[in-house]
Design a protein around this ligand. Sequence first.
Ligand code: ATR
Length: 265
Amino acid sequence: MVIGDPVEHSLGPKMYNLVYEKMGVDTHYVYIACKVKEESLEDAVRGIGALGIQGVSVTIPHKKNVMKYLDKIDDLAKKIGAVNTIVNDQGLLKGYNTDWLGVIKPIEKIVRLKNKKVAVLGAGGAARAAVFGFSHKGAKVRIYNRTLKKAKDLAKEFNCDYASLEMISDIKNMDIIFNATSVGLHPNDNQTPLPKKFITNKHIVFDAVYVPYETKLLQEAKEKEARTIHGIEMLLYQGIEQFKLYTGHDAPEDLMRKILLEHVK
Ligand code: ATR
């Protein structure tokens, strides 16, 4: 189940139900989306235990608030300050965070993160998981954000660097660029958070935006012969980790990617 508000566009039900069906995972697995308003969050969480629901994905705006209603929170989720996955372990509700793995895993397939210079664009929820993940893996992170105060606060929390967008030309010397802003998200397909002139063929450019599948940022990065990672990979890898937590089985990566691509391309 996924809880959030809104949840109408969640790809979770489509992805997990097809995977359960194709893998032949026990038929008692079924995944649904439930719109839960902020004032009903506590009741909704109590319902997980009462109904014996095995696992719940948590999305905007509940990732932080849900923590106070859980029995146990994983140490890394505590450090991030957000839970996106609840597992019902024989009545005990445990909170985890797999969002940061969605950022880290696709990059680690290409390079080791230790000592790499990483630029994170944005300082909201997606940036938080990314900044934690990169720092946790020993990368050197600099946060760039339109509202400098938010960059400063996030940088302080995770002990990293920050700069205003006016300093963005520094990005040329970075190894990895991660876009955690919503710039370029449909219907603003023609926008990009980073002028093309600052991208080089040495960069790895990863965009958290996955609608459209190929954002303007990624198109321009390809034109500059940078290596690119699509937002869908973040969705996929956080889901792969969730699947393991929910079912105890390894997730079928290729099948999950295929299903996600069919829905966003
Ligand atoms: P999420 O939880 O998905 O990360 P969010 O918390 O609303 O969403 O964060 C959105 C991020 O995109 C913020 O860093 C925001 O910058 P501000 O902190 O200055 O608001 C950034 N963002 C959104 N629209 C932007 C724009 N037009 N130009 C630059 N940054 C933008």
